[in-house]
Design a protein around this ligand. Structure first.
Ligand SMILES: *[C@@H]1O[C@H](CO)[C@@H](O)[C@H](O)[C@H]1NC(C)=O
Ligand SMILES: *[C@@H]1O[C@H](CO)[C@@H](O)[C@H](O)[C@H]1NC(C)=O
Ligand SMILES: *[C@@H]1O[C@H](CO)[C@@H](O)[C@H](O)[C@H]1NC(C)=O
Ligand SMILES: *[C@@H]1O[C@H](CO)[C@@H](O)[C@H](O)[C@H]1NC(C)=O
Ligand SMILES: *[C@@H]1O[C@H](CO)[C@@H](O)[C@H](O)[C@H]1NC(C)=O
Ligand SMILES: *[C@@H]1O[C@H](CO)[C@@H](O)[C@H](O)[C@H]1NC(C)=O
Length: 377
């Protein structure tokens, strides 16, 4: 009992989602090497001065042929607002992530007292507030950045009906940007999505597609993921982990799935309790390709094994290392504009300084949380 409860909590802590049924999805557009950006130069032309997602190169590229760097558990911060909780996966919030060039935000949602809240495992462990408020803050950014397309991935931990998510999207104002695919095999270019002002693509786990809110997309109808809860630097690979019925990567791509790389490393602290690992973060979040565990290497390996550019990548502590460079390399971009550096956004002590000093503090609280939970049951 103790162990099963701990496992349940821990798997949720890391960000587990249930598995959904699968339907065929978009055929990825031209297969192109991560290292050969010229592959998309043949698409329909757009204004030469246009910049999409920080680069003119991306305007004509299909949505599903772009690598989006993403913040895993983007709402769960290890900063002053959470008492530097070790349950936090990020030092900087989603607005800073978007400013820095990330275009993919993942978070976990719970139904607490009939309100959707961003909670990590449990609202007693780390509560980042109502989903609606967070969406409103993201919406502010989207309003202010009319040439950017972003993607959201929400883990529906309590299997709440899609209509409840639709309410939060509507209240936040972000639903007006919602993109609804018209085909499961063809995605438009970024410039087409920008022209229609449908610039937010939202995936949610454990929902059924709804005609009332067609822009809220069941994740595993569209995306397959590589394994998570990786504990060793050599543990990252490109195997399809979820959904179980996607088949091999080549089968999944032939059915139109897009690939998501989970590239975050956890660390065992006690019993079955894992936390995001900051000790190896400079290796794990490096765009380099020459060391075991490098983000750049993992992306390159998946690109080679899949013969497709990975669409989504999730990292912890995105401001550490060179995560956005890794996406640029995958996209073949070296001309990015309009990003702000993390340093210039940072208030207070730097994230790197916070790593060692906050660890013990939060650890006690985390262990106490699990001890209390286990005792209650
Ligand atoms: C991030 O923090 C800034 C400054 O506190 C705030 O203005 C912004 O709304 C926050 N963004 C999110 C998504 O919470
Ligand atoms: C939900 O309700 C319970 C019982 O009234 C309360 O203890 C808890 O703090 C509430 N949760 C939130 C997030 O308000
Ligand atoms: C843009 O909007 C028009 C009119 O609603 C629609 O026919 C078209 O499919 C949309 N294009 C994209 C890329 O969503
Ligand atoms: C990839 O990692 C998962 C989880 O550790 C493992 O089950 C699977 O066998 C690995 N795939 C390969 C090809 O080694
Ligand atoms: C690995 O590559 C990075 C640049 O991508 C370089 O700075 C570093 O020196 C290389 N390390 C080794 C051991 O070759
Ligand atoms: C950062 O600090 C400056 C100056 O103290 C303040 O004006 C600003 O609101 C802060 N920004 C954030 C995002 O907290």
């Amino acid at each position: 009992m103790r162990f099963s409860v701990a496992r349940l909590l821990v798997s949720a802590l890391i960000g587990t989602a249930g598995v959904q049924a699968v339907f065929p999805r978009p055929e990825a557009s031209d297969v192109s090497s991560a290292l050969s950006p010229s592959s998309t130069s043949t698409a329909a032309s757009s204004s030469s001065s246009q910049v999409c997602n920080n680069s003119p190169v991306l305007c004509d590229r299909h949505y599903n042929d772009i690598t989006y760097m993403g913040a895993h558990d983007s709402a769960f911060l290890r900063d002053a607002t959470t008492g530097n909780s070790v349950a936090g996966n990020q030092f900087k919030n989603a607005t800073f992530a978007l400013d820095a060039g990330l275009r993919f935000l993942q978070a976990q949602v719970h139904n607490e007292n009939n309100t959707l809240r961003l909670c990590h495992t449990s609202c007693g462990l780390l509560d980042a507030g109502p989903l609606e408020n967070w969406l409103a803050a993201v919406n502010d950014w989207v309003v202010g950045h009319p040439s950017d397309v972003i993607t959201l991935l929400l883990v529906n931990s309590d299997n709440v009906d899609v209509s409840k998510f639709a309410d939060a999207f509507e209240q936040s104002g972000i639903d007006k940007f919602g993109f609804t695919p018209t085909s499961k095999t063809e995605w438009p270019s970024l410039s087409q999505m920008i022209a229609n002002d449908t610039r937010v693509v939202s995936f949610i786990t454990n929902i059924d597609a709804s005609t009332t809110s067609p822009h809220l997309l069941p994740e595993f109808d569209y995306i397959f993921e590589t394994p998570f809860t990786v504990l060793e630097l050599d543990g990252f690979n490109c195997t399809v982990d979820r959904p179980s019925n996607a088949g091999s990567a080549s089968n999944a791509f032939s059915k139109g799935f897009m690939g998501l790389i989970n590239h975050f490393k956890d660390q065992l602290i006690v019993g079955d309790v894992f936390i995001p690992d900051t000790n190896t973060i400079s290796v794990v979040n490096s765009a380099a390709t020459n060391a075991t565990g490098n983000l750049g290497l993992h992306i390159q390996q998946c690109n080679q094994q899949w013969s497709h550019r990975p669409s989504f990548v999730l990292v912890d502590f995105w401001d550490q290392g060179t995560t956005v460079n890794a996406a640029d390399n995958s996209n073949g971009i070296n001309d990015a504009t309009g990003r702000s550096s993390v340093a210039s956004n940072s208030n207070g002590s730097s994230s790197a300084d916070g790593v060692s000093s906050t660890r013990e503090l939060g650890m006690g609280a985390l262990v106490a949380f699990f001890a209390a939970t286990l005792l209650m049951i």
